[in-house]
Design a protein around this ligand. Structure first.
Ligand code: RAM
Length: 487
């Protein structure tokens, strides 16, 4: 269902794209069939690359045929791209083969790439000439305004953690808040919520958040349900897939947006969209007020196929409704029904607490996971003390862990909310710092320190190594660990 008024508002908030040309030297060695070389731009960029070739020998009497691969991290280049056979399309692999008929000359890529490293392999020239890669350039793009970046005088490892987070967000800020500029290059609701939180502490591009909210509201499924992600081209169109938790996060994203921007006109416009999600999703519970997973459909929470998502899904519902109450109160609307609904669902959530084990359990298998505890904390189902205890107890009982920085974000937030700021700080440095130790300039979609090569997709070559939902150390550091507060 398209809402042209909302889509027009989204269009009116289209961001300016800032461009900058970056340039690195090539090498002097002439290259022939089978030769290859890797070039390093020195940081992560998103943009349109070009390569300038010169020739040595006779006048080129056959085209240059070369292969190029763009990589966000060096490890990506070590992957065997031909053997990738996972369920996500191999077309995401940033590799192409090119013919050039006129040499010397410059080849410009029409496709936008996300990269730091570029590998060029010569597939074929002719016996009469060799090529020299003279120079590589890229016209980079981002909607992040570097002049607007809020400066905070972090030092040491905080400085680097903040820098890498900000770089991640910057590269994902394009025409919309993308999830990752390599993959999927689109607007996802769960990612948007975290990007917006980081944006409020860094670039403060409220207009881009507003645009993304109106885009979701402007193209929905037939019953008004929000999709989990949106396509921008050739026309704005929502995907036909939903996720229980992502749908609900629209409510939190709107409330966070209002809390920073005080844009009441947008709050008023989009409150009915939030209410529609509530009306649709309140039907997903059983007679005991517990989330019925058959009705809930897909619940994301983390990239973890082992995770039982009933308890965390229940908590996300409560968490979202609490912000819906705030939205409606701000607009002077009635909240009684919502408050009763929150009470009922909170009571039901408490029934998932296993007093013997001191943790919340989830699903028919009574699974213990860290995610279930974290979400119960964030939803306010526990008090501070119990919240601390359930997370601690789960960890001691070999709980199902977390795989993505997205899930880790919520763990860090839950530690802070249960009064464990020091632990939150340490854990944040251990987890995101682990990626930094591996030499990255941007944070990744997936990172499991115990098994860095694991992938829900069937191979890390399709992973996004600059992924928006991973940029939140900048939010945590700036909001809770500013230098003056630590002294
Ligand atoms: C992946 C994307 C996106 C995420 C969804 C659930 O396809 O990387 O960031 O929100 O999964």
């Amino acid at each position: 269902m398209q809402n042209t008024e909302f889509l027009k508002k989204a269009e009116d908030s289209k961001p300016i794209l800032y461009t900058e040309t970056v340039c690195i030297p090539g090498r002097t060695e002439p290259m022939k069939d089978g030769d290859e070389a890797v070039f390093d731009f020195g940081n992560h960029y998103v943009g349109y690359p070009e390569i300038t070739f010169e020739t040595v020998g006779h006048h080129p009497d056959a085209p240059l045929y070369f292969e190029v691969q763009f990589a966000e991290i060096a490890e990506e280049l070590d992957q065997d791209t031909d053997s990738y056979n996972g369920w996500i399309s191999r077309s995401w692999i940033q590799k192409e083969a090119v013919h050039m008929d006129v040499l010397p000359g410059t080849y410009r890529f029409e496709r936008r790439y996300a990269f730091r490293y570029v590998r060029i392999r010569i597939l074929s020239v002719s016996g009469n000439y060799s090529v020299v890669v003279k120079e590589l350039k890229a016209d980079t793009v981002t909607s992040a305004d570097d002049a607007a970046l809020v400066k905070v005088p972090f030092t040491g490892k905080d400085k680097r953690l903040d820098e890498v987070s900000v770089r991640t967000l910057r590269s994902c800020m394009q025409d919309v808040f993308e999830d990752g500029p390599k993959r999927d290059r689109r607007l996802w609701l769960g990612d948007l919520r975290l990007e917006a939180l980081a944006d409020y502490e860094t670039y403060r591009n409220y207009g881009l958040v507003k645009r993304c909210l109106y885009l979701f509201a402007g193209s929905t499924l037939a019953d008004g349900r929000l999709a989990n992600n949106m396509f921008m081209a050739p026309e704005v169109e929502c995907d036909d897939q939903t996720m229980f938790d992502y749908t609900l996060f629209f409510i939190n994203t709107l409330w966070d947006y209002w809390s920073h921007s005080r844009d009441t006109a947008t709050l008023r416009d989009l409150e009915p969209v939030c209410m529609r999600q509530y009306e649709l999703l309140k039907e997903c519970f059983d007679e005991d007020d517990l989330l019925d997973m058959n009705k809930a459909g897909n619940v994301f929470i983390d990239w973890n196929f082992q995770l039982d998502k009933q308890a965390s899904g229940q908590a996300v519902y409560i968490y979202a409704l609490k912000d819906l109450v705030k939205i409606r109160s701000e607009l002077g609307k009635d909240t009684d029904e919502l408050i009763r609904e929150i009470e009922r669902k909170t009571e039901a959530a408490k029934s998932l607490y296993d007093a013997e084990k001191g943790v919340f359990i989830s699903g028919p298998g009574k699974q213990i996971s860290l995610a279930s505890q974290v979400w119960m904390v964030l939803a306010g189902v526990t008090n501070q003390e119990t919240g601390q205890a359930v997370m601690e107890n789960a960890l001691q009982q070999n709980a199902v862990g977390m795989n993505s920085p997205y899930a880790y974000h919520h763990y860090i937030q839950a530690l802070i909310e249960t009064g464990q700021k020091d632990k939150a700080y340490r854990e944040m440095h251990v987890y995101w710092g682990g990626m930094i130790e591996r030499g990255t300039d941007t944070f990744w979609e997936l990172y499991n320190p115990a098994d860095p090569s694991s992938s829900p997709y069937g191979g890390i070559v399709v992973h996004s190594f600059c992924h928006a939902w991973s940029c939140t150390p900048a939010y945590f550091l700036r909001k809770y660990f500013r230098p003056q507060e630590n002294q």
